[in-house]
Design a protein around this ligand. Structure first.
Ligand code: BV8
Length: 246
């Protein structure tokens, strides 16, 4: 821990012992864009050519499992071709060095935050690198394909699905996320359009006096105390330097 760092006064209403200052960071697809993974709602994003109701709902999976499984197989296979970028690494550094409460909440299902060394983090929309058995509910690390009928390594039933939160399904770790947001002094939203709930509503659940910061290529229109525009690989390392070096 770096003992002589102090929080930036303009991000905090007054100085308090740093170990008493809690930070929650929410990331979306924009933080992985510069690693080469497509976002959803940018002009060349995934939803520009595909329909979420055909790929990211339980109904789509029931109606056409082969198409849904192939889409997630293709996205899972991309993970081996991309690397965490400077923004992922900067957040992992903040996680390691911030002595107060810290929680990274990501909407992303890629593994780039984990590969950068993130520890105090939750993937609220699940993970491409996991499979879930709908028969025995076991969750398994998964790197390869998952064609229909793949047997569960635990119970051998052909009942695997991607461990992904689809539209209409309850996001993961919500009690932990809501508890962290309800006690946060600073909430930072990075690379998210603020379109998908309940993630998009988290900034509205901060305690009185907390501050919020948006780092995005363009302002999302959300209610933030402070908003900075630019690429995540430039804004996030600068923000982490501010927080750790004062
Ligand atoms: C639920 C699957 C209830 C994983 C995803 C209230 C109001 C309105 C609607 C609702 C509501 N409450 C619930 C809903 C319905 C729905 C919803 O929100 N619909 C919206 C779209 C209208 N929500 C749900 O269904 C959720 N479930 O509420 O369940 C419940 C309660 C009890 C019991 C059971 C159920 C489930 C939501 C999760 C859905 N799954 N995906 C996958 O396949 O990936 S959502 C999908 O969108 C991804 O997870 C993605 O992460 C997420 C959010 O998108 P973003 O990450 O923000 O990405 P986007 O492309 O939109 O934006 C990118 C941003 O990056 C842009 O701002 C861009 O400017 C910026 N950017 C780009 N490049 C850079 C950059 N920034 C910086 N640097 C760069 N280089």
């Amino acid at each position: 821990m770096n003992p002589d760092v102090r929080p930036r006064a303009d991000l905090y209403p007054g100085a308090r012992p740093r170990s008493d200052l809690g930070i929650v960071v929410l990331t979306g697809a924009g933080i992985s864009a510069e690693s080469g993974l497509a976002t959803f709602r940018d002009a060349n994003g995934l939803w520009a050519s595909l329909r979420p109701q055909d790929l990211a709902t339980p109904e789509a999976f029931a109606r056409d499992p082969d198409t849904v499984l192939a889409w997630y197989d293709a996205r899972r296979s991309q993970l081996a071709e991309v690397e965490p970028n400077e923004a992922h690494h900067a957040l992992a550094r903040l996680d390691r060095e911030w002595p107060g409460e810290f929680l990274l909440v990501t909407q992303n299902v890629d593994d780039l935050h984990a590969r950068a060394g993130g520890r105090r983090m939750v993937q609220m929309h699940g993970a491409l690198a996991r499979a879930r058995c709908t028969a025995c509910e076991a969750v398994h690390a998964w790197t390869g394909g998952m064609p229909r009928g793949t047997p569960c390594p635990g119970c051998s039933q052909p009942a695997l699905r991607p461990d992904i939160v689809w539209f209409g399904e309850m996001p993961m770790a919500m009690p932990r996320i809501l508890a962290a947001v309800g006690q946060a002094d600073l909430f930072v939203a990075i690379g998210t359009s603020g379109t998908v709930h309940p993630a998009a509503g988290l900034v509205g659940r901060l305690p009185p006096g907390a501050r919020s910061l948006e780092l995005n290529l363009e302002a999302s229109g959300g209610r933030f105390t402070d908003s900075r525009q630019g690429p995540a690989t430039r804004l996030v390392p600068a923000f982490v330097d501010e927080m750790l070096c004062g």
